[in-house]
Design a protein around this ligand. Structure first.
Ligand SMILES: *[C@@H]1O[C@H](CO)[C@@H](O)[C@H](O)[C@H]1NC(C)=O
Length: 206
């Protein structure tokens, strides 16, 4: 598209953007993407963590999580939650993202959009139809928000509330960072990021 046509139709462009962000990705697409990522990953998960050279050039959290293969499943989910993806894209808002690695996502007892209470209340059809989609989206949002700490740097031992509101902190045990109270190990950290850090964790805080 030529720049001239963007200038000529600013309202139309704005509408398109609004329409795109107003409609959440259908659950069937999310399930499909999730299943694709269940395939074994052959690449070395850590080779694509950001290098020192890219630091000063304004790399932000959304760039890092989008490129780190080890957390591809989780990062796909963050893009489905507009308030979260907006925040991770915003260079002026800091966060520490606790990203479960793909193994942790595969080992979840339930899919991140499922909730035991929904199945009790609505049965096997809990995620069918528009109401089901809304429930799935709400659960997905809760799952993702439980993994976002709205500050960085985040000091050891400091109790913070995630975007969802659950209280967590971290401490060092035998040389390893552990997220508490769940005692989940941090397996690698991307700290060359201008608006926070991405911590890869070997479990989930769901
Ligand atoms: C935001 O995060 C970066 C990277 O962790 C840090 O260098 C900077 O001091 C933080 N800014 C604020 C206002 O906390």
């Amino acid at each position: 598209m030529k720049p001239a046509s963007l200038i000529a139709y600013p309202a139309a462009t704005a509408c398109l953007i609004l329409a795109a962000s107003a409609a959440p990705r259908p659950l069937s697409d999310i399930i499909k993407a999730f299943d694709i990522h269940q395939l074994p990953l052959l690449t070395n998960p850590l080779v694509d963590m950001p290098s020192d050279e890219s630091v000063s050039t304004g790399v932000i959290i959304s760039d890092v999580i989008g490129k780190t293969q080890a957390i591809a499943i989780f990062s796909g989910l963050t893009r489905d939650i507009d308030p979260v993806s907006g925040r991770l894209d915003d260079a002026s808002q800091n966060a520490t993202v606790l990203a479960p690695d793909n193994g942790a996502m595969k080992n979840l007892k339930r899919k991140p959009w499922e909730d035991a209470e929904d199945y009790e209340t609505f049965g096997a059809e809990a995620y069918k139809g528009q109401d089901g989609e809304d429930r799935a989206h709400k659960n997905l949002r809760r799952f993702v928000e439980r993994h976002i700490v709205p500050e960085s740097p985040w000091a050891e031992g400091k109790k913070v509330k995630t975007l969802h509101g659950n209280e967590i902190w971290w401490e060092t045990k035998e040389g390893k960072k552990k997220i508490q109270p769940a005692d989940i190990e941090v397996t690698s950290v991307a700290d060359k990021v201008s608006n926070g850090q991405v911590w890869v964790i070997g479990g989930s805080l769901a």
